[in-house]
Design a protein around this ligand. Sequence first.
Ligand code: ATP
Ligand code: MG
Length: 303
Amino acid sequence: MNNKEFLKQAKAYSEPFCVTKGKKFRLKDVNPADTLDFESDEKPQAEEALATGVEVLAELQEKLWAQDRWAVLIIFQAMDAAGKDGAIKHVMSGVNPQGCEVTSFKAPSAEELDHDFLWRCAKRLPERGRIGIFNRSYYEETLVVRVHQNFLAGQKLPQNLKTKNIWKRRFRDITNFERYLTHNGILVLKFFLHVSKEEQEKRFLARIDDASKNWKFSLNDVREREHWDEYMDAYEQTIRNTASKQAPWYVVPADNKWFTRLVVASAIVENMHALNLDYPKLDEEQLKALEEAKQSLAADERG
Ligand code: ATP
Ligand code: MG
Protein backbone atom coordinates (compact mmCIF):
# COMPACT_ATOMS: atom_id res chain seq x y z
CA MET A 1 0.00 0.00 0.00
CA ASN A 2 1.48 3.38 -0.96
CA ASN A 3 0.81 6.71 0.73
CA LYS A 4 -1.92 7.73 -1.71
CA GLU A 5 -3.72 4.44 -1.26
CA PHE A 6 -3.54 4.78 2.51
CA LEU A 7 -5.11 8.23 2.33
CA LYS A 8 -7.97 6.70 0.36
CA GLN A 9 -8.41 3.88 2.87
CA ALA A 10 -8.06 5.98 6.02
CA LYS A 11 -11.72 6.93 6.05
CA ALA A 12 -12.90 3.35 5.57
CA TYR A 13 -10.77 2.19 8.50
CA SER A 14 -11.77 4.96 10.89
CA GLU A 15 -15.26 6.19 10.07
CA PRO A 16 -17.14 3.11 11.34
CA PHE A 17 -15.86 3.94 14.83
CA CYS A 18 -16.39 7.69 14.77
CA VAL A 19 -19.06 9.16 17.03
CA THR A 20 -20.12 12.73 16.30
CA LYS A 21 -23.69 12.56 17.56
CA GLY A 22 -23.83 11.24 21.07
CA LYS A 23 -27.56 10.67 21.40
CA LYS A 24 -27.61 7.53 19.31
CA PHE A 25 -24.45 6.05 20.76
CA ARG A 26 -24.56 2.75 22.65
CA LEU A 27 -21.35 1.11 23.81
CA LYS A 28 -22.77 -2.36 23.24
CA ASP A 29 -22.94 -1.58 19.50
CA VAL A 30 -19.14 -1.65 19.32
CA ASN A 31 -17.58 -5.10 19.40
CA PRO A 32 -14.11 -4.93 21.04
CA ALA A 33 -13.01 -7.83 18.80
CA ASP A 34 -14.10 -6.16 15.54
CA THR A 35 -11.44 -6.05 12.80
CA LEU A 36 -13.66 -4.88 9.88
CA ASP A 37 -12.71 -6.87 6.76
CA PHE A 38 -9.39 -8.09 8.13
CA GLU A 39 -9.37 -11.82 8.86
CA SER A 40 -7.35 -12.98 11.85
CA ASP A 41 -4.54 -14.17 9.53
CA GLU A 42 -4.35 -10.77 7.84
CA LYS A 43 -2.46 -9.13 10.66
CA PRO A 44 0.65 -8.68 8.44
CA GLN A 45 -1.43 -6.73 5.89
CA ALA A 46 -2.82 -4.51 8.64
CA GLU A 47 0.69 -3.94 9.98
CA GLU A 48 1.91 -3.00 6.52
CA ALA A 49 -0.95 -0.52 6.19
CA LEU A 50 -0.07 0.91 9.61
CA ALA A 51 3.56 1.38 8.53
CA THR A 52 2.33 3.41 5.55
CA GLY A 53 -0.04 5.35 7.82
CA VAL A 54 2.87 6.25 10.07
CA GLU A 55 4.74 7.67 7.05
CA VAL A 56 1.75 9.69 5.92
CA LEU A 57 1.32 11.04 9.43
CA ALA A 58 4.98 12.09 9.51
CA GLU A 59 4.49 14.10 6.29
CA LEU A 60 1.34 15.74 7.62
CA GLN A 61 3.10 16.63 10.83
CA GLU A 62 5.93 18.29 8.93
CA LYS A 63 3.42 20.48 7.12
CA LEU A 64 1.61 21.22 10.39
CA TRP A 65 4.92 22.37 11.84
CA ALA A 66 5.97 24.39 8.77
CA GLN A 67 2.59 26.11 8.49
CA ASP A 68 2.47 26.88 12.20
CA ARG A 69 -1.25 27.67 12.31
CA TRP A 70 -3.09 24.57 13.50
CA ALA A 71 -2.39 22.41 16.55
CA VAL A 72 -3.64 18.87 17.13
CA LEU A 73 -4.83 17.55 20.50
CA ILE A 74 -5.21 13.77 20.71
CA ILE A 75 -6.84 12.33 23.83
CA PHE A 76 -6.58 8.68 24.85
CA GLN A 77 -8.89 7.12 27.40
CA ALA A 78 -9.23 3.44 28.23
CA MET A 79 -9.44 0.78 30.89
CA ASP A 80 -6.08 -0.57 32.07
CA ALA A 81 -4.19 -2.80 29.60
CA ALA A 82 -6.31 -1.65 26.65
CA GLY A 83 -3.14 -0.55 24.87
CA LYS A 84 -2.96 3.23 25.19
CA ASP A 85 0.79 3.26 25.62
CA GLY A 86 1.43 0.88 22.71
CA ALA A 87 -0.93 2.81 20.42
CA ILE A 88 0.86 6.08 21.21
CA LYS A 89 4.29 4.49 20.71
CA HIS A 90 3.48 2.85 17.38
CA VAL A 91 1.28 5.48 15.76
CA MET A 92 3.62 8.36 16.61
CA SER A 93 6.81 6.41 15.83
CA GLY A 94 7.46 8.33 12.61
CA VAL A 95 6.85 11.88 13.74
CA ASN A 96 9.59 14.33 14.60
CA PRO A 97 9.84 14.30 18.43
CA GLN A 98 10.27 18.08 18.39
CA GLY A 99 6.75 18.51 17.12
CA CYS A 100 5.02 16.18 19.51
CA GLU A 101 4.48 16.06 23.27
CA VAL A 102 2.84 13.36 25.39
CA THR A 103 1.40 14.17 28.81
CA SER A 104 0.10 11.51 31.22
CA PHE A 105 -2.50 12.56 33.75
CA LYS A 106 -2.60 10.67 37.04
CA ALA A 107 -4.52 11.37 40.24
CA PRO A 108 -4.25 15.14 40.80
CA SER A 109 -1.59 16.64 43.07
CA ALA A 110 -2.36 18.99 45.97
CA GLU A 111 -1.49 21.95 43.75
CA GLU A 112 -3.77 20.70 40.98
CA LEU A 113 -6.63 20.22 43.45
CA ASP A 114 -6.31 23.89 44.31
CA HIS A 115 -7.48 24.75 40.78
CA ASP A 116 -10.44 24.12 38.49
CA PHE A 117 -10.28 20.68 36.86
CA LEU A 118 -9.29 21.91 33.39
CA TRP A 119 -6.32 23.88 34.68
CA ARG A 120 -3.69 21.15 34.58
CA CYS A 121 -4.75 20.11 31.07
CA ALA A 122 -4.97 23.66 29.74
CA LYS A 123 -1.32 24.12 30.75
CA ARG A 124 -0.30 21.20 28.52
CA LEU A 125 -2.24 22.11 25.38
CA PRO A 126 -0.13 21.89 22.20
CA GLU A 127 1.34 25.02 20.65
CA ARG A 128 0.51 25.83 17.04
CA GLY A 129 2.34 23.51 14.69
CA ARG A 130 2.45 20.70 17.24
CA ILE A 131 0.70 17.51 18.18
CA GLY A 132 -0.18 17.15 21.87
CA ILE A 133 -1.14 13.76 23.21
CA PHE A 134 -3.03 13.36 26.47
CA ASN A 135 -2.62 9.89 27.99
CA ARG A 136 -5.80 10.24 30.12
CA SER A 137 -7.19 13.73 30.46
CA TYR A 138 -9.94 15.90 31.94
CA TYR A 139 -12.28 13.06 30.96
CA GLU A 140 -11.15 11.27 34.14
CA GLU A 141 -13.38 13.83 35.84
CA THR A 142 -16.50 12.06 34.56
CA LEU A 143 -15.00 8.55 34.65
CA VAL A 144 -12.87 7.54 37.65
CA VAL A 145 -14.22 10.47 39.70
CA ARG A 146 -17.76 9.35 38.95
CA VAL A 147 -17.06 5.70 39.73
CA HIS A 148 -15.22 6.53 42.96
CA GLN A 149 -17.01 9.45 44.49
CA ASN A 150 -14.41 9.71 47.25
CA PHE A 151 -12.30 11.50 44.60
CA LEU A 152 -15.05 14.07 44.27
CA ALA A 153 -15.15 14.37 48.07
CA GLY A 154 -11.40 15.09 47.94
CA GLN A 155 -11.84 17.91 45.41
CA LYS A 156 -11.95 21.23 47.17
CA LEU A 157 -15.19 22.40 45.59
CA PRO A 158 -17.62 24.42 47.69
CA GLN A 159 -20.19 22.01 49.13
CA ASN A 160 -23.19 23.58 47.40
CA LEU A 161 -21.60 22.92 43.98
CA LYS A 162 -21.40 19.17 44.59
CA THR A 163 -24.95 18.53 43.44
CA LYS A 164 -26.33 15.63 41.43
CA ASN A 165 -26.14 17.86 38.36
CA ILE A 166 -22.38 17.95 38.58
CA TRP A 167 -21.77 15.36 35.81
CA LYS A 168 -24.11 17.06 33.37
CA ARG A 169 -22.44 20.34 34.14
CA ARG A 170 -19.01 18.82 33.56
CA PHE A 171 -20.12 17.40 30.20
CA ARG A 172 -21.27 20.85 29.20
CA ASP A 173 -18.10 22.52 30.45
CA ILE A 174 -15.93 20.02 28.57
CA THR A 175 -17.97 20.43 25.38
CA ASN A 176 -17.69 24.21 25.62
CA PHE A 177 -13.96 24.00 26.32
CA GLU A 178 -13.42 21.80 23.27
CA ARG A 179 -15.50 24.14 21.13
CA TYR A 180 -13.32 26.99 22.34
CA LEU A 181 -10.20 25.03 21.38
CA THR A 182 -11.48 24.35 17.86
CA HIS A 183 -12.30 28.06 17.47
CA ASN A 184 -8.65 28.68 18.21
CA GLY A 185 -7.26 26.35 15.57
CA ILE A 186 -6.82 23.22 17.69
CA LEU A 187 -8.05 19.99 16.12
CA VAL A 188 -9.46 17.84 18.93
CA LEU A 189 -9.63 14.03 18.52
CA LYS A 190 -10.66 11.67 21.29
CA PHE A 191 -10.03 7.93 21.39
CA PHE A 192 -11.62 5.40 23.69
CA LEU A 193 -9.78 2.11 23.27
CA HIS A 194 -12.56 -0.38 23.94
CA VAL A 195 -11.13 -3.66 25.27
CA SER A 196 -13.31 -6.52 26.51
CA LYS A 197 -13.23 -7.69 30.12
CA GLU A 198 -12.03 -11.12 28.94
CA GLU A 199 -9.14 -9.71 26.92
CA GLN A 200 -8.14 -7.50 29.85
CA GLU A 201 -7.95 -10.59 32.05
CA LYS A 202 -5.69 -12.32 29.50
CA ARG A 203 -3.39 -9.31 29.39
CA PHE A 204 -3.23 -9.07 33.20
CA LEU A 205 -2.33 -12.76 33.39
CA ALA A 206 0.39 -12.25 30.79
CA ARG A 207 1.76 -9.43 32.94
CA ILE A 208 1.97 -11.84 35.88
CA ASP A 209 3.36 -14.82 33.95
CA ASP A 210 5.91 -13.02 31.80
CA ALA A 211 8.78 -11.67 33.93
CA SER A 212 9.54 -8.92 31.40
CA LYS A 213 5.96 -7.65 31.83
CA ASN A 214 5.80 -7.87 35.65
CA TRP A 215 6.58 -4.17 36.01
CA LYS A 216 3.37 -3.31 34.18
CA PHE A 217 1.20 -5.21 36.62
CA SER A 218 -0.58 -3.31 39.37
CA LEU A 219 -2.88 -4.74 42.04
CA ASN A 220 -4.85 -1.55 41.82
CA ASP A 221 -5.73 -2.37 38.18
CA VAL A 222 -7.32 -5.60 39.40
CA ARG A 223 -9.34 -3.67 41.97
CA GLU A 224 -10.55 -1.24 39.29
CA ARG A 225 -11.70 -4.20 37.23
CA GLU A 226 -14.28 -4.98 39.92
CA HIS A 227 -16.00 -1.74 38.89
CA TRP A 228 -16.12 -2.72 35.22
CA ASP A 229 -19.84 -2.18 34.68
CA GLU A 230 -19.79 1.18 36.43
CA TYR A 231 -16.89 2.24 34.23
CA MET A 232 -18.70 1.13 31.08
CA ASP A 233 -21.75 3.17 32.14
CA ALA A 234 -19.56 6.16 32.85
CA TYR A 235 -17.84 5.83 29.44
CA GLU A 236 -21.15 5.52 27.63
CA GLN A 237 -22.57 8.57 29.39
CA THR A 238 -19.40 10.55 28.75
CA ILE A 239 -19.28 9.72 25.05
CA ARG A 240 -22.99 10.32 24.59
CA ASN A 241 -22.68 13.76 26.12
CA THR A 242 -19.38 14.97 24.69
CA ALA A 243 -19.23 13.62 21.13
CA SER A 244 -19.56 16.38 18.60
CA LYS A 245 -18.75 17.10 15.00
CA GLN A 246 -15.89 19.40 15.90
CA ALA A 247 -14.52 17.08 18.61
CA PRO A 248 -15.47 13.51 17.70
CA TRP A 249 -14.94 10.39 19.78
CA TYR A 250 -13.49 7.31 18.14
CA VAL A 251 -14.57 4.18 19.99
CA VAL A 252 -11.89 1.79 18.81
CA PRO A 253 -12.08 -2.01 19.15
CA ALA A 254 -9.08 -2.88 21.31
CA ASP A 255 -8.96 -6.68 21.63
CA ASN A 256 -6.50 -6.83 18.69
CA LYS A 257 -3.69 -4.36 19.11
CA TRP A 258 -2.70 -4.41 15.44
CA PHE A 259 -6.21 -3.35 14.48
CA THR A 260 -6.49 -0.69 17.21
CA ARG A 261 -3.31 0.98 16.00
CA LEU A 262 -4.42 0.97 12.38
CA VAL A 263 -7.73 2.62 13.27
CA VAL A 264 -6.06 5.26 15.43
CA ALA A 265 -3.48 6.11 12.74
CA SER A 266 -6.22 6.26 10.10
CA ALA A 267 -8.40 8.59 12.14
CA ILE A 268 -5.54 10.99 12.81
CA VAL A 269 -4.43 10.98 9.17
CA GLU A 270 -7.99 11.44 7.93
CA ASN A 271 -8.64 14.44 10.16
CA MET A 272 -5.26 16.09 9.63
CA HIS A 273 -5.56 15.61 5.88
CA ALA A 274 -8.89 17.44 5.99
CA LEU A 275 -7.11 20.53 7.37
CA ASN A 276 -5.52 21.04 3.91
CA LEU A 277 -2.13 21.56 5.46
CA ASP A 278 0.59 22.80 3.16
CA TYR A 279 4.04 24.28 3.24
CA PRO A 280 3.93 28.07 3.46
CA LYS A 281 4.03 29.79 0.05
CA LEU A 282 6.53 32.61 -0.30
CA ASP A 283 5.42 35.97 -1.67
CA GLU A 284 7.24 37.71 -4.53
CA GLU A 285 9.55 39.65 -2.28
CA GLN A 286 10.57 36.53 -0.36
CA LEU A 287 11.18 34.66 -3.62
CA LYS A 288 13.38 37.54 -4.79
CA ALA A 289 15.36 37.35 -1.55
CA LEU A 290 15.85 33.61 -2.11
CA GLU A 291 17.13 34.25 -5.63
CA GLU A 292 19.56 36.85 -4.30
CA ALA A 293 20.78 34.43 -1.62
CA LYS A 294 21.34 31.81 -4.30
CA GLN A 295 23.38 34.20 -6.42
CA SER A 296 25.49 35.30 -3.52
CA LEU A 297 26.17 31.67 -2.56
CA ALA A 298 27.16 30.95 -6.16
CA ALA A 299 29.45 33.99 -6.13
CA ASP A 300 31.09 32.71 -2.91
CA GLU A 301 31.76 29.40 -4.56
CA ARG A 302 33.41 31.04 -7.56
CA GLY A 303 35.64 32.66 -5.01
P1 ATP B 1 -0.10 2.68 32.91
O1 ATP B 1 -0.80 1.80 33.91
O2 ATP B 1 -0.13 2.13 31.52
O3 ATP B 1 1.26 3.11 33.33
P2 ATP B 1 -2.08 4.61 33.60
O4 ATP B 1 -2.60 5.74 32.80
O5 ATP B 1 -3.03 3.53 34.00
O6 ATP B 1 -0.90 4.03 32.76
P3 ATP B 1 -1.42 4.75 36.35
O7 ATP B 1 -0.37 5.48 37.11
O8 ATP B 1 -1.51 3.27 36.46
O9 ATP B 1 -1.31 5.20 34.84
O10 ATP B 1 -2.85 5.30 36.76
C1 ATP B 1 -3.18 6.62 36.82
C2 ATP B 1 -4.45 6.67 37.63
O11 ATP B 1 -4.79 8.03 37.89
C3 ATP B 1 -5.62 6.05 36.92
O12 ATP B 1 -6.22 5.07 37.71
C4 ATP B 1 -6.57 7.23 36.71
O13 ATP B 1 -7.91 6.85 36.76
C5 ATP B 1 -6.16 8.14 37.84
N1 ATP B 1 -6.57 9.52 37.60
C6 ATP B 1 -6.33 10.30 36.53
N2 ATP B 1 -6.95 11.48 36.65
C7 ATP B 1 -7.60 11.47 37.82
C8 ATP B 1 -8.43 12.40 38.51
N3 ATP B 1 -8.71 13.59 37.99
N4 ATP B 1 -8.93 12.04 39.70
C9 ATP B 1 -8.64 10.84 40.24
N5 ATP B 1 -7.87 9.92 39.64
C10 ATP B 1 -7.35 10.21 38.44
MG1 MG C 1 -2.50 1.82 35.10
